[in-house]
Design a protein around this ligand. Structure first.
Ligand SMILES: [Fe+2]
Ligand SMILES: [Fe+2]
Length: 294
């Protein structure tokens, strides 16, 4: 495997941190067999205190268990992709911890911001209406408008987070970059971001969808090389399609939302999990979700 390293500090309005100088996201990965195996981990919701639990699940231990279980499978991993909500309280020390763990794997990795990476929810034991939402800049190691060439595929990473808000939005800058990038790329493309782009069968989750998703779909319609969209945010397995584009969302490495329910609720039966995606030399995608063992 050949991995190119390029120093990318592209995000807007980001603050510097001590580990930024050693962080270098991949810009291309080539493999001998023509396939790329991606491990997606999403919605870690980590706390500064690693003993913190949510609904009986230790968020930190559950993330580490997902990472270890996936990398102990009999499968080569070419890229680890974290699709947002890495933290549940914005603190550089938590990102330092996550990035140290990822660097220890020796595998190229890329991370995106979710709503919780740019918003602290104060009083999160209260109802949504009673909480305060405090905006933050995203950690500079979280990527936006970043392109990784994976053999003959292109992976495009977008930041859908809006500081101070739970919902997502791409905005004109991201959509313009996407249009320009797709106009100059005729290979198969997968797009990854945090917020979902298709309604779920849950009213409360749909309130927090990517607000300009119709602009996204109108744009994508002009570029048939887009094969798939990959997100987090909904804390459950989701596989669908729109306009011939496969749409995937993935369980959290921690707690799961109850599917098919209009009011907020946790699914205490569903285990934490992760998704594998193989982007094949033929331009196909094989993908599945694996739950953590007891
Ligand atoms: Fe989340
Ligand atoms: Fe989220």
């Amino acid at each position: 495997m050949l991995t190119d390293i390029n120093n990318n500090k592209a995000n807007d309005n980001k603050t510097m941190t001590s580990n930024l100088d050693v962080f270098q996201p991949p810009t291309f990965i080539n493999t001998d067999d023509g396939n790329i195996n991606i491990l997606q981990l999403t919605d870690l919701h980590l706390y500064l205190d690693t003993s913190t639990t949510t609904s009986g699940i230790n968020n930190h231990q559950s993330f580490v268990a997902c990472l270890n279980q996936a990398l102990n499978e009999d499968r080569r991993c070419d890229l680890i992709l974290l699709t947002g909500d890495l933290v549940n309280e914005v603190d550089t020390i938590i990102y330092d911890r996550v990035f140290a763990l990822l660097q220890q794997t020796g595998i190229p990795f890329a991370c995106l911001a979710g709503n919780h990476d740019v918003t602290d929810e104060i009083d999160n034991g209260m109802s949504f209406e009673q909480r305060q939402f405090v905006a933050h800049n995203a950690d500079p190691r979280l990527l936006s408008r970043h392109r990784i060439a994976l053999n003959n595929w292109q992976l495009l990473l977008l930041d859908s987070s809006v500081p101070g808000k739970v919902y997502g939005s791409l905005g004109n800058k991201n959509l313009q970059w996407l249009r320009q990038t797709l106009a100059n790329c005729h290979n198969p493309v997968m797009i990854a971001m945090h917020h979902h782009l298709l309604p779920m069968s849950s009213a409360w989750i749909n309130a927090h969808i990517t607000q300009d998703s119709s602009d996204f779909w109108a744009l994508i319609k002009q570029f048939p090389q887009v094969k798939a969209v990959l997100t987090g945010h909904v804390h459950q397995n989701f596989e669908s399609s729109k306009q011939g584009v496969a749409v995937y969302a993935t369980p959290s490495t921690s707690y799961q939302f109850q599917p098919n329910q209009d009011e907020f609720g946790l699914d205490t039966e569903a285990k934490p999990g992760y998704r594998w995606l193989t982007l094949t030399a033929e331009g196909e995608i094989d993908t599945w979700v694996t739950r953590i063992a007891e």
